[in-house]
Design a protein around this ligand. Structure first.
Ligand SMILES: Nc1nc2c(ncn2[C@@H]2O[C@H](COP(=O)(O)OP(=O)(O)OP(=O)(O)O)[C@@H](O)[C@H]2O)c(=O)[nH]1
Ligand SMILES: [Mg+2]
Length: 491
């Protein structure tokens, strides 16, 4: 028996403390930077905004792959326009904030404000080609933890869309004055392996496998769909593993997802009537179900079932829900149906990843970006001495240990994407105990952990003799520091 969710919550809070501590440290560093004169203060404002806001997730993928539907599911609110409105062709950012409004930023820097009431934005206020991006504010608990960037679909046929996405997500990164608008992590939606141009695009977004997750989208219609031999979601789950392999470990994981089921369940489209109607279909066989979906008047098969009701059922649970959730609806009603849709859709796993591990990695990544900006500023002849001082104080904080490991990880991934140091780096970044630093379980005995750490230190020494890229060499040194610290912590 499932318990009814009052508000659905699969948020992973296990990294919140580390995120909080690092955020405080970085905020203090930006405050110190601001003391170095008006020009540095201007940069500091951007950096402070970047390191203190919720991690920002960019949702990218092909045309009509379900990006906006996913944004609605994640916010549990119908805020992103789906379908074919012009607004779906602009980059839209979603923030927690009041009053509910859209701010449309034109390419020439003008901003038009449109109040939002019920439902998504439907007009742009500028011709599409003049729009740079849209910022939407909504009082929303989910957006307090993560802000979202919905992008127009990329496809070879829609070069303009891709340009818009690129302008905000890629070109924006070159401009440190726009640091606050950089994305921190990425959700890449696809129903097949990425094409070469997509790989290239992904690699330009400055992410690592730890800040990117793949989504095999529209999983409810995967393969032959709801009426095929195989359950489409099970089939999609198997295929997700193939895609993960084809992506060559460039994402943390590939999650099979029906954004449609998730959105429908989480924005509150399911009610008692829907569940009862669906429950009435429980006794039908496959042929009868097909007829219910296809005939003009389904009441000839199920007395009392109007065409309108059938269409509403299709809009709410889709063909897959009609086939797969009839029994649940009959036995457990609306609450059981909603829980089933949430679990089955894959949104639970995705939410867990985005709010837990990936939020932590995103925060490490922007800490690294902040270090990059400090480096640039130090070389830019604006009160260099002050910048250097901020750098050295920041780097000497114990909390920066993981940031430096992550920087090594990012640089190694960029220089040598198949480096064997990536896996040990990842383990050390994720670790919350000495045992986990070397990939052992938390329950391993201190002696076991010590032996493994010593063995790894030996391996690192061996590696020093071999051919390593500059990034790998730095990574090797970082790992030595991490292993030595873990050894010391064992006493
Ligand atoms: N069956 C099914 N349909 C979906 C799913 N996700 C989205 N759709 C439908 O696909 C269509 C496009 O969805 P959107 O969310 O607008 O896709 P998008 O990627 O934002 O599209 P663009 O922004 O125009 O590229 C809509 O009609 C959705 O209802 C899904 O998981 N399953
Ligand atoms: Mg869209």
């Amino acid at each position: 028996m499932t318990t009814p969710p009052t508000t659905y919550n699969n948020i992973d809070t296990s990294r919140d403390q580390s995120i909080g501590a690092l955020t405080t440290l970085l905020t203090q560093a930006t405050d110190a930077l601001a003391q170095g004169g008006p020009e540095l203060a201007e940069h500091a404002v951007q950096l402070r905004e970047m390191v203190s806001r919720p991690p920002r997730v960019a949702v990218v993928g092909r045309l009509k792959s379900g990006k906006s539907t996913l944004v609605n599911a994640l916010t549990q609110h119908e805020i992103a326009a789906t379908g074919s409105l012009e607004c779906t062709m602009a980059v839209s950012m979603y923030f927690n904030g009041a009053p509910a409004r859209a701010e449309i930023h034109s390419r020439s820097g003008e901003v038009k404000r449109i109040p939002l009431s019920e439902g998504p934005l439907e007009e742009l206020g500028f011709p599409l080609e003049d729009v740079d991006h849209i910022e939407q504010f909504l009082p929303n608990a989910q957006l307090q933890r993560l802000t979202l960037i919905d992008t127009p679909g990329t496809a070879t046929l829609t070069v303009e869309n891709e340009e818009r996405t690129r302008r905000v997500l890629v070109d924006g990164q070159q401009d440190t004055k726009r640091a606050s608008s950089w994305a921190d992590s990425l959700v890449f939606l696809s129903d097949s392996a990425p094409r070469e141009d997509e790989r290239l695009f992904l690699s330009q977004l400055g992410m690592t496998p730890l800040t990117s997750v793949g989504v095999l989208s529209r999983a409810d219609s995967f393969g032959a769909g709801a009426f095929g031999q195989r359950d489409p979601l099970d089939y999609a789950a198997t295929h997700a593993e193939n895609i993960a392999a084809q992506l060559g470990n460039s994402v943390l994981e590939v999650v099979p997802l029906s954004g449609f089921l998730a959105e429908s369940a989480l924005v509150g489209r399911v009610n008692g009537t829907i569940a009862r109607t669906l429950g009435h279909l429980a006794s039908l066989n496959r042929e009868q179900l097909l007829d219910v979906i296809e005939v003009e008047d389904p009441s000839v098969i199920v007395p009392g079932l109007s065409a309108h009701m059938r269409d509403e059922l299709l809009d709410t649970v889709g063909e897959y829900g009609i086939v797969a959730a009839r029994d649940i609806a009959a036995a457990e009603g609306a609450v059981g149906l909603v829980n089933w849709m949430i679990e089955r859709s894959g949104i639970s796993r995705l939410t867990q990843l985005l709010t837990g591990e990936m939020s932590y990695f995103a925060v490490l990544q922007r800490a690294v970006r902040m270090l990059d900006v400090l480096d640039q500023l130090a070389g830019a002849n604006i009160n260099t001495e002050h910048v250097r001082w901020v750098q050295s104080v920041t780097l000497s904080q114990p909390g920066m240990h993981f940031v430096l490991l992550y920087r090594s990880y990012r640089n190694t991934y960029a220089a040598t994407p198949d480096s064997r140091l990536l896996a040990p780096l990842r383990a050390a970044i994720e670790a919350t105990s000495a045992a986990e630093v070397v990939g052992l379980s938390r329950t391993a005995s201190p002696n076991q952990v010590r032996a493994e750490l010593e063995q790894r230190l030996g391996e690192m020494q061996q590696l020093a003799m071999g051919l390593l890229s500059a990034a790998e060499d730095e990574a090797r040194e970082r790992l030595v520091v991490a292993y030595q610290a873990a050894l010391r912590s064992l006493g």
